[in-house]
Design a protein around this ligand. Structure first.
Ligand SMILES: NC(=O)C1=CN([C@@H]2O[C@H](COP(=O)(O)OP(=O)(O)OC[C@H]3O[C@@H](n4cnc5c(N)ncnc54)[C@H](OP(=O)(O)O)[C@@H]3O)[C@@H](O)[C@H]2O)C=CC1
Ligand SMILES: O=C1O[C@H](COP(=O)(O)O)[C@@H](O)[C@H](O)[C@H]1O
Length: 492
């Protein structure tokens, strides 16, 4: 890892006219600039087919950071670092022109040959771009070259493997930065610190003391204007294969021997490898899928998924998934990791609940139903913080125990913090720190796990829609936990 604090680089964004660039990348680069993390020595080249000019790109950049800039002068100066080139990634002639522009800007901005190629485009282009960058010697320069790849990384294991082979023809594994923006979220990064910097937790972090772990990422938004992508993907590929399994890996992994990229990744890989594969005839016992119907959320009447766009009218794509993941290793044997994620649910919330086992003889709660197990809750979004649920004496009532909460609130400047996550990850990439990016082996184990679930589902037509917009998902997701004597904890 390079410890240089003000990295210098040319950032080339493939797909600069798109949604991701506008909503996440431009604001993130601005915040890095504003906070002094990148100095004057950077330039951004935006590429896409439409015939924009530098001025048009700069205007768009300005619009995307409208609420954030500190002064007009500062904004104009920042925007002047942006350059646009009309570019078709499938046209080899374009790459020579890009090379010329990069060389010119490297001279102007003294970026020492450091280059980031950020692929903010549909994944079918990733392989072509990577190979062309090699063919036209764009990656063989005096400084470092890094390739940032957006999700989805493939559609299943074979397509991900194919894509990876194409990319690896041009770039080494340590030059590839596969983005999972959940790994840039402050409280997701906090999981390791909470676990490995606190004796009270790490000693209890196993199947002797933990009853179950629940990971929820619920969204109140629906499919919005991403129907074409989403209907081809569904919640399992969109959220479970990456974000949800990454959080499970961080919760389940063994302590790394050092806080280095390789050691942390190696422990995450081992955790993912230990996930028990699901046999196709057992999928229904462990996984539940759903699709949202119409319903009411915050007083607003909402359409069901199939009414959101014409092409969704007969869709059987799942917008909700809940599952029970078992990890077959010494630490976790027998302990379920429950996950759930879905669109158009009652609220936007990402949280982790670690439910501890009860003590052998509870003197204060003899009736099973009125026990309050100790919980460790990690709130990731929109609230950021940690809460420990304990039992303490009820004041003035003899020996009556009541649940209390010890809370730490980390809510800072960012409540809905996706751009902030991108900002951190982009900076990590500039520093050469790949810890919070996914290694190919993590991607491969995750696909291999979910492929069997998806294949089983493909064979059976679902009974959709099966949950109301504004609810917490289908009732089968509650039954999934009830079978084991558990229930979802409702945490806000
Ligand atoms: N948007 C989001 O919130 C998220 C997006 N992602 C991923 O990021 C990537 C980009 O997504 P998003 O920005 O939403 O997609 P968009 O469809 O909004 O943008 C696609 C971009 O690709 C350009 N493009 C398409 N074909 C070509 C071509 N042949 N040559 C050059 N440029 C081309 C388009 O510009 P033009 O038409 O001018 O050529 C446009 O700039 C995808 O992989 C997506 O899955 C991941 C997480 C979240
Ligand atoms: O990757 C994705 O994530 C978002 C949810 O991200 P969050 O940071 O707001 O939790 C999801 O809406 C989208 O469908 C998916 O592609």
């Amino acid at each position: 890892m390079n410890n240089q604090q003000n990295p210098k680089a040319i950032i080339v964004i493939f797909g600069a006219t798109g949604d991701l660039a506008k909503r996440k990348l431009f604001p993130s680069i601005y915040r890095l600039y504003q906070s002094g993390k990148i100095s004057e020595d950077f330039a951004v080249i935006g590429l896409a087919r439409r015939s924009w000019s530098n001025e048009i790109l700069r205007d768009k950049v300005g619009e995307s950071i409208e609420d954030a800039f500190s002064s007009r002068e500062d904004l104009e100066h920042f925007k002047s670092h942006f350059y646009y080139q009309s570019f078709d990634v499938t046209d080899s002639g374009s790459y020579q022109g890009l090379n010329d522009l990069i060389l010119e800007l490297e001279g102007m901005y003294h970026t020492e040959g450091n280059r980031i190629f950020y692929l903010a485009m549909a994944p079918e282009f990733f392989g072509t771009i990577a190979i062309n960058l090699k063919t036209y010697c764009l990656k063989d320069n005096a400084g470092w070259a890094r390739l940032v790849i957006e999700k989805p990384f493939g559609h299943d294991l074979p397509s991900a493997q194919l894509l990876n082979n194409q990319i690896r023809e041009a770039f080494d594994e340590d030059q590839i930065y596969r983005i999972d923006h959940y790994l840039g979220k402050e409280m997701v990064q906090n999981i390791e610190v909470i676990r490995f910097a606190n004796g009270i937790f790490e000693h209890l972090w196993n199947n002797r003391f933990i009853s179950n772990i629940q990971v929820t990422s619920s969204e109140s938004l629906g499919v919005e204007d991403r129907a074409r992508y989403y209907d081809h993907s569904g919640a399992t590929r969109d959220m479970v294969q990456n974000h949800m399994l990454q959080m499970v890996a961080l919760l389940a992994m063994e302590p790394p021997i050092k806080l280095t990229t390789d050691e942390i990744r190696s422990e995450k890989i081992k955790a993912l490898r230990a996930i028990r594969p699901i046999k196709s005839d057992e999928v229904d016992e462990s996984f539940v899928r759903g699709q949202y119907d119409d319903g009411v959320l915050n007083g607003e009447q909402l359409h069901g998924y199939r009414e959101e766009a014409e092409e969704l009218a007969n869709s059987n794509t799942e917008t909700y998934v809940a599952g029970k993941i078992m990890i077959d290793n010494f630490r976790w044997a027998g302990i379920p990791f429950y996950i759930r994620t879905g669109k158009r649910m009652a609220e936007k919330s990402i949280n982790i609940v670690v439910e501890f086992k009860d003590i052998p003889m509870n003197l204060y709660h003899q009736d099973e139903s009125d026990r309050n197990p100790n919980l460790l809750v990690i709130n990731i979004q929109p609230n950021e913080g940690i809460t420990l649920y304990l039992n303490a004496k009820k004041t003035g009532h003899g020996s009556v125990a009541q649940p209390i909460q010890l809370s730490y609130n980390n809510n800072g400047a960012h409540s809905i913090n996706t751009p902030e996550a991108y900002e951190k990850l982009l900076y990590d990439c500039m520093l050469g720190d790949a810890t919070n990016f996914t290694h190919w082996d993590e991607v491969a184990y995750s696909w291999s796990y979910i492929d069997s679930i998806l294949q089983a589902w493909e064979k059976k037509e679902p009974d959709f829609p099966n949950y109301a917009s504004g609810s917490m998902g289908p009732k089968e997701a509650d039954e999934l936990l009830e079978k084991n004597g558990h229930h979802w904890w409702s945490i806000t």
